[in-house]
Design a protein around this ligand. Structure first.
Ligand SMILES: Nc1ncnc2c1ncn2[C@@H]1O[C@H](COP(=O)(O)OP(=O)(O)O)[C@@H](O)[C@H]1O
Ligand SMILES: [Mg+2]
Length: 1010
């Protein structure tokens, strides 16, 4: 109930009337109309009064104000019901439909356009291109359909002469994905004839007034509707339509929708053909019939890409199949020819219209829709169908149209009045029954099998022989004489408003309509000679050919009687009602305030009449007594259980009904609801809105809660995975370590028995974690291995081994040759193999020395060339013992020339070369410089390494002190009597043995070349 307008505008919902009487209803309706409030609610039904003026209530601001709002939050508007229908569809995945009803000129088509615009404006916020194009085609299709399906009537300058039901398909997102248009009974008789003051369809005038010069010339047309029989009547009619502007708009709309250039030109060629056809006249000399002037025929054949002879032939003859299966050509009478021509023109237009609709449908149909992938596809249908009509002369079309309105009223009664009351009864809600007029009886009058008017018409059409309209009227009179809603002059002879043999009257729910039976049978039969169908099917224009698939049949095949126009229409309306009945309906009830198209005139009687026949008062009564909203307990609970502590997340009560009661009581809505057997009924939408609002506020919290739980679940899952990964990694690492151990164990298991104690065994590559362990084990093995080797050395060799080890360490790889490969004999002077002549002498001398000086061990002895302090070199013998170092004179029986205690020596210097020079450094800086000489044993081998090794070993092992060894890559440095000297090495050709020579800063050792 809209409560936002001031009281000066009357009641915005008729439900709020103080008393539900016709007077109060009309007073309110009039007040609102005069105040420019054209919309008023009856609950969710919108009552709309045609303002006949531009209203500033359809702009973007208004759309924004209504978007997503509840019905009663804003003043009544079409947008509010559109939004309600859209919301119902989106929230509850319900198919909905908006049924717009009202008589001709009441504003149905305008309303349907505003509804479409609103839906287009509020959908597709992300501006997806494919959705935009669907919306665009849906909106543009209006313009095209109006051009071809609307005409000026005496009621309405832009009267829809066809019924339109448009389904808009939505995806789960609520964005339009496509649509489908159903069209109903185009009033095609208008193509060839119009009532006084009316026009043919807009499209003809648009072509003639708006078409370019070249276009019209190519169609052999002139720019004047008065020149054409079919448009002559309406040529002078003043209308609010600007045909020229509209023509442009339609052309561009066709293009935007997706019609190809060929298709567009075919459309206009067909229109031109119809205009030219209308001007064809026949003449007769009493026997045969001819066409007056053959130009038109040629033009028609040119426009339809058919053979001109065939065109004339189909206009003048018809092919009939004789009983024997032969085919003969039968010439038309002049009257038949005219009838044939008009029928052809009507059929051309009807098929053109049908083709345009189907072409639009093929463009906007939902393609590649997979409900599994895309979710439920929901639909909003918008029905804008011709309203109830009463003209001065009402014919077959009005009969059909008014029947259709009866059906829709029946649907309204069904859904709003009967079902509603039925439901209260079923649910055991206390309810006072409200009477309303049920028009089922009129529906039956028209459509009942065998007895109804349509059946009688069909029967008359089936009867062979001359059955005229009047015979048919007689048949109706006799069969329907008792029907309270049917009468005719024959049945009420005093009623002079009807003619004998011409009129019958139906008392429709919306008023009495007198129909003229003239032409009923022809229109119902809707006869079109097969020759025209074949002519069109054989056209070289593929668009035309497509419109006439039934022209393919040969004359002998077309014996079956087609269904009559009335039956076809009835079937399509029944299908439409079925389609609407399964959707959630929203109603817009349009009222026409006056017959003058005046924005200020409120014709009380006309309006009251409409209010009465639309059943609006009953609607208010039912609504007032009723409940706006109902839902099964389980669904209600599901939707609102979060708004109550007793029901969230699950209730512990005996039934869902009790749980729903808990929600209602908590919110204090006890007085606004009723509890049915299976459903909860809510009287005012406001209560529901409060619940909706609360729900909307809670949803984010629930979403957060769900997100929290889900994120936690995800994190735990991830954590478990990580742990598993680490467990696997740990196992694998342990395995790698163990595998390495096993491999080492396997490789080295037998090294004890191997000849090389495993020196040749390849170490397996260790995992990174074991690199330190690896180097330790490698070292361990080396040590063990060395121990095994050393263990096997006989004690007598130990001294030599030790000396070699000491030399190895001391020389540190810097001296090329250090004699490691040979046996180290140490005491060469005493060695008979080395010094065969002198050894015995030396042995004697050394014995004396030993006795005298008390040394216990000879560390080294050998000949050498020595530099003395007078810079003279001479051959001497060197004896190193564990106590002293002796310089001996070999020529004088090894007389001691000099004796130095071993302690006096502080270091040794040698060169890195192969020379045998050695400098023994002393603490008194009076170093000993010499060049070792070789004896017989090893004439070419090095003795420097042995001397160094023996000295270093002795110092480190026995004296427990270091003896630094310096290996000089170039000149050797030493001191003599405290003075620094440098000793280089030079090769000298012709030198037989190494000898020193004085140099500028010391000495040079000259060595023999080679
Ligand atoms: N909401 C409206 N605002 C302004 N004019 C309107 C409105 N509704 C209808 N009309 C006027 O009334 C005319 C007839 O309306 P229309 O919708 O064609 O009637 P119907 O389809 O019911 O026969 C329109 O051409 C327009 O001039
Ligand atoms: Mg209309």
């Amino acid at each position: 109930m809209a409560e936002l307008e001031g009281l000066e505008f009357g009641k915005s919902d008729f439900v709020l009337l103080d008393e539900v009487t016709m007077e109060q209803f009309m007073e309110n309706l009039k007040l609102r109309f005069e105040k420019g409030r054209i919309y008023t609610y009856i609950g969710e039904v919108v009552v709309s009064v045609n303002p006949y003026r531009e209203m500033d209530i359809y702009g973007k601001d208004t759309i924004d104000a209504y978007r997503g709002r509840e019905l009663y939050e804003n003043p009544p508007h079409l947008y509010a019901v559109s939004d309600a229908a859209y919301k119902a569809m989106k929230r509850r995945a319900k198919d909905t439909c908006i049924v717009i009803s009202g008589e001709s000129g009441a504003g149905k088509t305008e309303a349907s356009k505003y509804i479409m615009q609103y839906i287009a404006a509020i959908t597709n916020p992300s501006q997806r291109a494919e959705v935009e194009s669907v919306k665009n085609v849906l909106l543009k299709s209006n313009c095209v359909l109006e051009a071809f399906g609307n005409a000026k009537t005496n009621r309405n300058d832009n009267s829809s002469r066809f019924g339109k039901y448009m389904d808009i398909n939505f995806n789960f997102n609520g964005d339009p994905t496509g649509g489908h248009i159903n069209n109903y009974l185009l009033e095609k008789s208008r193509v060839v004839q119009q009532q006084e003051g009316e026009r043919n369809f807009h499209s003809f005038y648009q072509l003639l007034r708006g078409g370019s010069e070249e276009m019209l010339a190519s169609f052999h047309l002139q720019k004047d509707p008065a020149l054409y029989v079919y448009t002559r009547e309406g040529a002078a009619a003043t209308t609010s339509n600007n045909d020229r502007v509209s023509h442009k708009a339609v052309m561009s709309a066709l293009e935007v929708i997706g019609f190809s250039a060929e298709e567009i030109s075919s459309v206009y060629q067909i229109l031109a053909t119809i205009l030219l056809l209308g001007n064809i006249q026949f003449e007769t000399d009493g026997e045969s019939v001819r066409i007056e002037g053959l130009d038109a025929v040629n033009h028609i054949s040119e426009l339809t890409l058919t053979d001109p002879d065939s065109v004339s032939k189909s206009l003048l003859y018809r092919t009939v199949a004789t009983g024997g299966g032969d085919v003969i050509e039968k010439g038309h009478s002049e009257q038949d020819a005219c009838f044939g021509r008009d029928a052809f023109a009507k059929a051309l237009y009807e098929r053109l219209f049908g083709w345009i609709v189907s072409r639009i449908n093929s463009i906007i149909e939902v393609k590649d829709y997979n409900p599994v992938l895309h979710g439920k596809n929901t639909v909003i249908g918008v029905l804008d169908i011709y309203g109830f009509e009463i003209f001065d002369n009402n014919s077959f079309e009005q009969f059909c149209i008014n029947y259709c309105n009866e059906k829709l009223q029946q649907l309204f009664i069904e859904l709003i009045l009967r079902q509603e009351q039925g439901e209260y009864q079923r649910e055991g809600i206390t309810w006072q029954h409200i009477d309303y007029f049920n028009n089922q009886i009129i529906v039956d009058l028209v459509e009942q099998q065998h007895k109804g008017i349509i059946s009688i018409l069909d029967e008359a059409c089936l009867t062979v022989g001359k059955v005229t309209d009047t015979v048919c009227l007689d048949s109706m009179d006799s069969k329907l004489a008792q029907h309270p809603h049917y009468t005719s002059r024959k049945l009420s002879p005093t009623d002079k408003s009807m003619d004998f043999q011409k009129h019958f009257r139906i008392r429709h729910y919306a008023g009495d309509v007198t129909y003229s039976v003239e032409g009923f049978l022809d229109k119902n039969k809707d006869l079109l000679f097969q020759d025209f169908k074949r002519l069109m099917f054989n056209s070289a224009n593929p668009v035309l050919k497509e419109m006439w698939p039934d022209g393919q049949l040969s004359i002998t095949e077309v014996t079956k009687r087609p269904q009559t126009a009335a039956t076809l229409f009835k079937n399509s309306i029944v299908a439409l009602v079925d389609k609407l009945a399964c959707k959630e309906p929203y109603y817009v009830r349009c009222i026409k305030p006056n017959e003058m198209k005046s924005p200020v005139l409120f014709d009380d009687a006309r309006c009251q009449h409409q209010v009465a026949y639309l059943g609006l008062l009953e609607n208010v009564m039912v609504r007032r007594a009723g409940f706006a909203y109902r839902q099964p307990y389980a669904r209600f609970l599901q939707r609102y259980k979060m708004t109550c502590e007793y029901t969230w997340p699950n209730h512990l009560m005996d039934s869902d009904r009790d749980a729903v009661e808990a929600i209602i009581t908590q919110h204090g809505f006890q007085d606004d609801v009723a509890y049915g057997h299976t459903k909860l009924f809510v009287r005012t939408p406001r209560s529901l809105f409060t619940l909706e609002q609360e729900r909307a506020a809670l949803i984010p919290i629930l979403v957060l809660f769900l997100q929290k739980v889900w994120r936690g679940a995800l994190a735990r899952l991830r954590c478990r995975r990580m742990r598993a990964i680490y467990a696997i990694m740990g196992c694998y690492k342990r395995y790698k370590v163990k595998a390495h151990f096993w491999e080492v164990e396997r490789s080295f298991a037998n090294v004890r028995t191997m000849g090389d104690y495993g020196k040749s065994v390849k170490w397996p590559t260790p995992p990174a974690a074991l690199s330190q362990f690896h180097s330790i084990t490698v070292m361990l093995h080396r040590r063990w291995w060395a121990r095994q080797i050393v263990k096997n050395i006989p004690p007598s060799d130990m001294l030599e081994v030790r000396a070699k080890v000491a030399a190895l360490t001391a020389l540190n790889g810097e001296r090329k040759d250090w004699g490691v490969g040979r046996a180290w004999e140490r005491d060469y002077l005493a060695n008979v193999r080395d010094c065969p002549q002198t050894s015995s002498t030396f042995i004697r001398a050394s014995k004396d020395l030993k006795n005298r000086d008390g040394y216990s061990q000879v560390v080294f002895s050998g000949f050498c060339r020595k530099m003395n302090r007078f810079n003279k070199s001479s051959d001497r013998a060197l004896l190193v013992t564990d106590k002293y170092v002796y310089k001996l004179e070999p020529k004088k029986e090894y007389k001691v020339l000099k004796r130095l205690p071993l302690d006096a020596f502080t270091g040794v210097s040698v060169t890195s070369g192969v020379d045998q020079m050695v400098a023994l450094h002393t603490s008194s800086q009076d170093d000993v410089l010499m060049c070792l000489q070789r004896g017989q044993l090893c004439p070419n081998q090095d003795r420097v390494g042995e001397l160094v090794g023996a000295l270093v070993d002795h110092f480190t092992r026995i004296r427990k002190g270091p003896l630094p060894v310096k290996v000089c890559p170039s000149a050797l440095q030493l001191h003599m009597r405290g003075k620094p000297k440098s000793v280089g090495v030079e090769t000298k050709p012709g030198q037989t043995m190494a000898d020193f020579k004085k140099s500028r800063d010391g000495f040079i050792l000259l060595v023999p070349a080679n």
